[in-house]
Structure formats: C-alpha cells, structure tokens
Design a protein around this ligand. Structure first.
Ligand SMILES: NC(=O)C1=CN([C@@H]2O[C@H](COP(=O)(O)OP(=O)(O)OC[C@H]3O[C@@H](n4cnc5c(N)ncnc54)[C@H](OP(=O)(O)O)[C@@H]3O)[C@@H](O)[C@H]2O)C=CC1
Ligand SMILES: CC(=O)C(=O)O
Ligand SMILES: [Mg+2]
Length: 760
C-alpha cells in the first residue's frame, strides 16, 4: 500500500500485452463441453438419435429451449469495430480482442457464456438483419463499440424485432455505472439531482445514454448542457447535428465547453483524452463532480483536476485511479439477472435498479479481501463512490435487484419464486479459484518485496522477473551474469528491461566476504574448509541467492526451474534449515473446475510416519487459512476407517490420533479414500465422520503418491497447480519445478512475497 493512499500505477508494455494474447494459445478463451462425451451411449444421447427428442420438444414448446440448450446462459458480443474504446473506427477484425475480452469478463464475473461476433459492415440494415437472424441461439445480445448515431438505429430496431434483451453496453452499461457513481457523488457533495447543473461532453453512444438515464433519475432538461466536437448543442444549432443530439439541445448563451462549465456542478466526459483543461475545472461550482470517463485516457487526469480544485470528486474509466467508472461493473450482472428470469428485454427499470444496487453497495462496509485486492483501505467517501470490479458481493447483490425489477415490470418469462434461494445459488456459482489467485497477488503487491530470482540464466525466470518489476509487485533481483541476462532478454524481445531489473552475482556483490564467512561458519563441521565454502558461494546460484536472503539483501527467494527439486532443496539447505526434521513441508494447491484442494507433502517428506503426517496436516491447515479457506483435512489411503486393514493405511489412522492428542483447532479425519474425502454422497456413508464438508486439504501417505496425484490431475484434467509451497520454514523461499511456466514462477514469487508458507 502506498502511504499517500493513491493506488500504484502498473506499467503494461506492448510486449506483455501481445504475449498475454498469444499464449498459451492465440486469443483469450476456449469452449468446453459440459456433458460427458466419452462412450457410444454418450454420442447417441448428445447427437443422433437422442438429440431428436429435445428438438421435438422445442418445436412444440419454444420456451423449453431454455431448458435443453445453452440459449439461456449464452450472450453474443457483437461489434463492427466503428468505435473501439476511444481508438476510433479500426474495423471489425481489429475489434476482436476487445470483444473476446468482453466475453471472458462475462464468464469471469457472472458465469455467463459469451462469444464474440464481429460483423464486417457499417451498414445498419446489414447488422440489423444479421443479428435478428441469430436470435434463436442466444439469451441476450450485447452490442459493443458501434459508433453513434448508427448504434441508436441498430439497437432500437433490434429491440423491436427480437424477443430477448438487446443492450448496447457503451450506451447503457456506461450510463448505469455513471448514474451509480453520480448518486453517491451528489450525496457526498450535499446536492440534489433535481438542482444540479450538468455538462456532458461527447454526444455519442455513451454520452446520449448517460444524459438520458440521468434525466430519468430526476435531472432537469434545462439544467443539462451537452457538447460535442463542435461545442455546445444549443437550440437552433445545425452543424453536426442528428435527432438524438437535438433531443438534448437547450436554450443557452454558452457556445463552448469552457463557457458551459462555468459554475456547473457536474461534468460527465465520454469524449476524448485531454478535452478538459484545468481552467475549465477551476470555474466549476463548489464540490464539483468530475467524471472523466474517456478510455484509455481520461478528459482530465485526477491529478490535474485536484491540483486546481481540492474539493473535486473525480472518477475516471481507469483501474489505476480511485473511482473507476467502467461498464464491467454493470453488464455481467445486468445480463445475469436478465437471463435468470428468461427476460424479453433489459428495460430502464432494470438499469436503474442496477445503478441503485451498485450505489448502495459502495456505502456498505467493505470486506477486507476487497481492500487487500485493491491495495488500499476502502471506505465510502470521495475516493470510493463506486464498488471495485473485484468485489465478490457484486454477483449476489446486483443480479437479484435486476431480476426483481424485470419481474415487477413484466419482462420475465420465468419469474424467480425463491429469491433467497436465488441469492444462495449466485454465491455458489462463482469459481473461487480466480479469487484465491487474485488474493495471493494482491497481498504480494502490497508487500512490495525485493524478490530474488536465483536462476537468471533461464528465459522464463527473466520474463517473470521483468513482469514482477513492471507489474508493480516490487523490485526484481536476478542472480546471473549481466551479459548473459542482457542477451537472453534481447532474445525474448525485452531488451529495454535490462536497465529495469537488478542483476546480482558474486562478481558485483559488495557483500561477498560476509557471505563466505556465513557459509563457512555453517558448514565447517560438515567437512567443508574455507576454500570449499568460497567456491560454493561464488559458483552455486541457489546457495548465493540463499545467502543474499539470509543477509536481508532481498525479501524473498524463488528458484527451482533449472534443477530438480531435491537438488535445489539440498543447496538451499547449505544456508537454511529446510529438512523434515526442521519442520519443512511442501503443500501443493490444485485448482480445477471451481474447486481447490491442497495436497501434502509434495516436497520434503519421502515416507512420513504418523507424527510427520500430523505435522503435514498442521502445515496444510496453515496454508489453507492463508488462502482464506476453513481447513478440513483428510488423511488419504485406499481404505476407509480401518477396512481393508493394511500397515500403510494404519499409519494414516494413527495420524488422527496424534492430532487428537495435540488438540488442534481444525477439522481432520481419516483414513479414507479420496472419493469419500471429496464427494459428499460417498461421505454420507460414514455419518460419524468429523468433517463437516468436503475436505480441502489432502494428506497423502508418501511423496510418490503426492507427486503421482498432482501430476495426474495436471496432465489428465488440465488442473492449475500452484506449488509445492515450501512451508514450515522461517524464510520466504519458494521452489518451482523444471516445467514451470512464467505464470507459475510469478505465482511462486507472489506466494513468497505474501509469506504464505512461512511459520510465524
Ligand atoms: N468508462 C467507460 O465505461 C466507457 C467509456 N467510454 C469512452 O467514451 C468515449 C466515447 O465512446 P462512444 O460514445 O462509444 O463513442 P462515439 O463514437 O459513439 O461518440 C463519441 C462522441 O464524442 C465526441 N467527441 C469526440 N472527441 C471530442 C472532443 N475532443 N470534444 C468533445 N466531444 C468529442 C464526438 O463528437 P461528434 O459527434 O462531434 O463527432 C461524439 O459525439 C470513448 O473514449 C470511450 O472509450 C465508452 C463506453 C464506456
Ligand atoms: C469500456 C468501454 O466499453 C469502452 O471504453 O468502450
Ligand atoms: Mg466499449
């Protein structure tokens, strides 16, 4: 967290942006089957002849398409690329990354399936016809980045023609978030919407819709002035006009934006970068509200606005300033609520309900996890008038408000009867794994650790180190030779990063003699003479990096991508106590299909006995708590509670007795099979079990079974694997594997920085 309470800006480079889109596969999403498709029987059900049955059912009763197909959870994101963000008309194909991104946001934030469709035409009639014809496929249509005034014609006509929601997000999504922010900004400035003078700059898709919604919420027509590239839209103006602009023309003497802004209470900008000057802001009324929402750069930056008006309440479209007005706060939840009532439309009442729900949420106490994710304390006030996009409450607060408004206004085909049940189902709907990874990174960002990347000879490590430094996570200290690091960065297209990261080695370290002394002192009674210690410190990067950490010349250490775990652990052991006897344990997090399980010991104990297994469970519980989970430990075997009897299973049962004697404060049970541990139906056969739900920490009998299980899940199921997290040691050290990707290395660095594995 920064002391001045402003979020730290992270710089994203062109290379990073391109690599993000290129890897691991081109683009940003895949489509996965949700039904089994393995056997001849599956094939007969999914396709011919079985599929004929739902076909006939839908032909007889069209509304059953919501039951037998993906229609009810499927949205089309449609653009022709004529107004891409604030970049202008770059065509249909160039808009595809934005539309794919939007599809992924639908999924990430509201579990709505969405696909992008780019239409290569600027003719409104062609777009209308194409979209109308694809109506049967979708539960809703999200239009995006289509320029005004064509967007108004297209949306209006499609609304008339189609029986599903048609929603142009740049218009209404923006308007809804802007309205939510305005409700709260006016509350804070002590003004009423009926009284305020509003100036809106940008009479396009977003601008017209914002002003319309603000007027529907009580702003008076004669108090609102709209401007475009030609200045004020006054009654009688003829140049650059259209019917949508005319509807907002007013009688006024003002002709320029500057004149319009004199004495205004509110400025809303959806125009272009730099359209507002400090002088314009200076002349506004007391406690001015300034929403500079142009993307990617605002009309005026918060710094510039605050420099001339300390009393201003400022919002922008950007995530790196407080008060982000971005439609990502709206469209996922508006569509979630609309889809869940099989809505025919998204109407004004649903939009206003969404705006009010968002405004109210911002006034509530903010959960700690949200504050951590955002990197600063959030409390309703001038710097926090709108919830942040990563607020986990949005999914269960906003869609019910939208659905209820839809039901009250008669657009629901299937009203929700049990609202409380609906709220619970929304809570369960979201994949907790994304939030967990995000939490790890947020804590790391807050720590601003100097991270030692020991293997500067590996291009993956170098890319991770650059991402660490440029991503605002802290300082990257790379152990390697300067010329080699430079060459490898050049080869990775990151040549200019050589100046940004810090390269450290035995040749340029000021502390080498201290390191030699430390190592010699530690190893002299293990048969090492001074010369051996000097060579080891100078030549072995794992040992050198460990010495840096031991001397406080870095805050955390990541290594293990170039050599096998056992070797790396042994080298680190030259400097630190990391043996089983020292309490070290490896815990691996496996994330898949919305579930997370921790598995141990995946690193340190080769063949643990009952006491060791109890230690592993305790370390697993510690990591689980660090990730925000309530630990439930299962000691695994091939038998359940004593049957069949075997020596290997007995030690697992004994581990529970060791924990009984230790009186630990977490749930544990065993021995049991993995299905009993994870599947409630199987678990129900053992009603005496002390676990109150599926296990989330699995203690396995030995390291080989741990390794086999984790790698099987990774290879066969495509699970995300984080770890092994080295825990039980007093230092923030994490060991990657030789197959680690750049993201894996970054995850491990974030775990080290967040000190997730460390004993207190
Ligand atoms: N924060 C958010 O969530 C969102 C932000 N936006 C941003 O809003 C902006 C507009 O988007 P959108 O409405 O879709 O685009 P449109 O192309 O539909 O409209 C743009 C409008 O802005 C006007 N304009 C452009 N430059 C200036 C200027 N320097 N001074 C005054 N008016 C200007 C144009 O005037 P004229 O009519 O004279 O050509 C036009 O009326 C973009 O920057 C976009 O990124 C959009 C949606 C959501
Ligand atoms: C956020 C968005 O939709 C835009 O800037 O166009
Ligand atoms: Mg847009």
């Amino acid at each position: 967290m920064s002391d001045d309470n402003t979020p730290r800006k992270s710089r994203i480079t062109r290379e990073e942006a391109l690599a993000y889109h290129l890897e691991p596969r081109p683009g940003k999403y895949d489509i996965v089957a949700s039904t089994p498709m393995a056997t001849q029987r599956d094939l007969s059900l999914a396709y011919s002849p079985g599929v004929a049955v739902p076909v006939q059912a839908i032909a007889e009763r069209p509304e059953t398409a919501y039951d037998y197909t993906v229609k009810g959870n499927m949205v089309a994101v449609i653009s022709n690329g004529t107004s891409i963000l604030g970049l202008g008309n770059l065509g249909a194909l160039a808009s595809k990354p934005v539309m794919e991104g939007k599809a992924v946001l639908f999924k990430r934030f509201a579990d709505v399936n969405a696909i992008d469709i780019e239409l290569d035409t600027e003719d409104p009639d062609e777009i209308i016809n194409a979209v109308r014809l694809m109506g049967p496929t979708f539960g809703g249509i999200n239009l995006e980045d289509i320029k005004a005034p064509e967007c108004f014609i297209i949306e209006q006509r499609l609304k008339e023609l189609m029986d599903i929601p048609v929603f142009h997000d740049d218009q209404h999504g923006t308007a809804v978030i802007c309205a939510a922010g305005l409700i709260n900004a006016l509350e804070l400035s002590g003004k009423k919407i009926e009284d305020v003078r509003i100036v809106l700059n940008g009479a396009g898709a977003a601008g017209i819709a914002c002003l319309e919604l603000v007027k529907r919420m009580g702003a008076r027509h004669e108090n609102c002035i709209m401007c475009d590239t030609k200045g004020v839209i006054y009654q009688g103006r003829t140049e650059g006009m259209n019917q949508w602009k005319s509807a907002h023309a007013v009688v006024t003497e003002a002709r320029t934006l500057e004149e319009a802004m004199r004495g205004a209470d509110v400025f809303l900008g959806v125009s272009a970068k730099g359209a507002v000057t400090p002088e314009m802001v200076q002349g506004m009324a007391e406690n001015p509200v300034i929403f500079a929402m142009a993307n990617p750069d605002p009309e005026i930056t918060p710094e510039e606005a605050h420099a001339v008006r300390a009393d201003a309440i400022v919002a922008t479209g950007r995530s790196d300033y407080p008060n982000q007005v971005n439609n990502v706060l709206g469209f996922p939840y508006l569509f979630r609520g609309a889809l869940d009532i099989h809505a025919r439309a998204i109407n004004d009442e649903m939009k206003i309900a969404c705006a009010r729900a968002l405004a109210e949420l911002a006034r509530e106490d903010v959960p700690d996890e949200v504050a951590v994710a955002y990197g600063r304390k959030l409390q309703f006030g001038r710097d926090y008038i709108i919830p942040t996009p990563f607020d986990p409450r949005l999914i269960h607060v906003v869609p019910p408000a939208v659905a209820k408004a839809g039901m009250d206004t008669g657009v629901a085909r299937r009203p929700i009867i049990d609202m409380e049940g609906y709220v619970q189902s929304l809570k369960a709907r979201m994949d907790p794994t994304a939030a967990i990874l995000q939490g790890i990174h947020a804590r790391a960002r807050q720590a601003q650790a100097r991270m030692i990347f020991a293997e500067g000879d590996d291009p993956r490590v170098l890319r991770a180190a650059v991402a660490w430094q440029r991503g605002g996570m802290g300082q990257a200290l790379v152990v390697g030779r300067e010329s080699d690091v430079k060459d490898k960065l050049e080869a990775a297209g990151l040549g200019d990063a050589a100046r940004e990261i810090t390269v450290v080695n035995a040749g340029n370290s000021r502390y080498l003699e201290q390191y030699h002394e430390t190592l010699y002192t530690r190893l002299q009674r293990q048969g090492y003479d001074r010369e051996d210690a000097v060579k080891l410190a100078n030549r072995d990067r794992h040992v050198f990096a460990s010495l840096m950490l031991a001397h406080g010349h870095g805050d955390g250490l990541v290594t293990g991508t170039t050599r096998k775990n056992a070797h790396v652990l042994a080298q680190i052991g030259m400097v630190f106590d990391v043996t089983p006897a020292d309490g070290a344990v490896g815990i691996t997090a496996v994330l898949h299909n919305g579930r997370i399980v921790l598995m141990g010991d995946t690193l340190v104990h080769e063949w643990p006995e009952a006491e060791d297994l109890a230690d592993i469970a305790t370390r697993g519980a510690h990591v689980a708590r660090g990730l925000g989970l309530d630990p439930r430990i299962a000691f695994l075997s091939f038998s359940n509670f004593g049957y069949p009897i075997s020596e290997r299973a007995v030690k697992m049962a004994h581990a529970t007795e060791v924990l009984d004697a230790r009186k630990v404060d977490f749930e544990y049970e065993g021995e049991m099979t993995v299905d009993v541990a994870l599947n409630p139906t199987q678990a129900a056969k053992y009603p005496f079990s002390r676990l109150t739900g599926p296990a989330n920490v699995l203690v396995v009998p030995a390291r080989h079974s741990a390794s086999i299980s984790v790698k099987l899940l990774q290879e066969m199921a495509g699970a995300t694997v984080v770890g092994p997290i080295l825990t039980g040691v007093p230092q923030p050290i994490q060991i990657c594997s030789t197959s680690s990707t750049v993201s894996d290395i970054l995850n491990m660095a974030a775990i080290a920085a967040g000190r997730l594995g460390q004993v207190k």
